[in-house]
Design a protein around this ligand. Structure first.
Ligand code: PEP
Ligand code: MN
Length: 341
């Protein structure tokens, strides 16, 4: 399946800036859609808030001149009305909007019966239910073409990212809604142009359906998000580096992959059998604890177990936070089993 590439400036700044970036992007066959901010949600007051209606008028004009399609963010029902008026066929809900079910509801009312394509960015906070809820609200008003956009999450510690990627949250979204295509927005996750390649590579390895990337004709002069935008030439280089056509497995690679997967299946089956045996031992222990009037939860034994297992895990080269989380989960289940009447 071909990937969807959405590229364009964070914000429309002038007719000439939009024309220049459009003239460059329309020559790139991988780019399907041009993104541009017309109304900009600013966390603090005082910044550039977007040009509004005049930008939409230029988009309508340039879409005919260059035979391209544009999309922009909407945050209020009036924005939807204007996008419909100026012939846009795709809009997106920004991260701040997805966080707010009242706003999503009002936008959905305005979209009812419109046939608009809608992209739904993840909410600012890592609550997958808000993301799913926004998609469900759009489905309820009959929006047929919906995609999700993973743009990262606002955390107190973001580990060097502008918005922590938390790939596991997007994975949960995909498990819940496997039929909704998902794009990655590495620009807003990374917040820096130099993070675009590693993040886009990860997105491709995670089999995302596409990317949304901020591209400006002169990134250093951008009015918003200057440090994360790249030029059209840089976009072309990035895409050629990260997009690989899958190679059909040759006569050796196919059987090698199948054999390794067989081993994984066998190991998973053993892991589950051993977990079941472990729970059975917990039940027997519960009987003895009961006879001895001992509490089920034994904090010092649990601390010893954890210390011992973490040491072993380290010597085996396993990630310690993964091991810790897994053991905590197993212990919680063991306690639950022992509390069973
Ligand atoms: C944007 O795409 O320019 C934007 C403001 O995005 P987000 O809603 O992800 O912050
Ligand atoms: Mn931006």
């Amino acid at each position: 399946m071909g990937k969807t590439i959405i590229a364009g400036p964070c914000s429309v700044e002038s007719h000439e800036q939009l024309r220049e970036v459009t003239a460059a992007l329309c020559k790139m066959p991988q780019v399907n859609l041009i993104r541009c901010g017309v109304w900009k949600p600013r966390t603090r007051p005082g910044g550039f808030e977007g040009l509004g209606e005049p930008a939409l008028r230029w988009m309508q004009e340039l879409s005919t001149t260059y035979n391209v399609k544009y999309c922009c963010e909407v945050a209020r029902p009036e924005h939807v009305e204007l996008c419909l008026h100026y012939g846009l066929s795709t809009i997106w809900l920004g991260a701040r909007t997805t966080t707010n079910p009242f706003m999503v509801g009002e936008i959905c009312e305005a979209l009812q019966g419109s046939g608009m394509n809608v992209l739904v960015k993840n909410p600012v906070c890592p609550d997958v239910r808000l993301w799913l809820g926004a998609v469900e609200r759009l489905q309820q008003v009959g929006i047929g073409h919906i995609s999700a956009v993973h743009r990262g999450f606002s955390m107190y510690h973001n580990n060097g990212y502008r918005n922590a990627p938390l790939w596991e949250v997007a994975m949960e979204f995909r498990r819940e809604m496997p039929d909704i295509p998902i794009l990655c927005d590495p620009s807003h996750i990374g917040g820096r142009a130099d993070l675009l390649t590693p993040l886009s590579t990860t997105a491709m390895l995670m089999d995302y359906d596409g990317l949304m990337i901020e591209v400006h004709p002169h990134p250093a002069d951008a009015w918003t998000d200057a440090v994360q935008q790249i030029s059209p030439d840089e976009l072309a280089r990035l895409l050629s580096e990260i997009m690989h056509t899958p190679v059909a497995p040759d006569s050796k690679a196919g059987p090698r992959l199948a054999a390794l997967r067989d081993n994984i299946d066998t190991i998973d089956h053993s892991l589950l059998r051993m977990l079941s045996q472990r729970m059975e031992l917990s039940r027997q222990i519960a009987t003895i604890k009961h006879e001895l009037h001992m509490p089920v939860y034994q904090s010092s034994r649990w601390a010893d177990v954890m210390r011992d297992r973490l040491q072993l895990a380290e010597s085996l080269g396993l990630n310690s936070s993964f091991t810790k989380e897994m053991l905590e989960r197993i212990h919680a289940e063991s306690v639950r089993v022992q509390l069973e009447p």
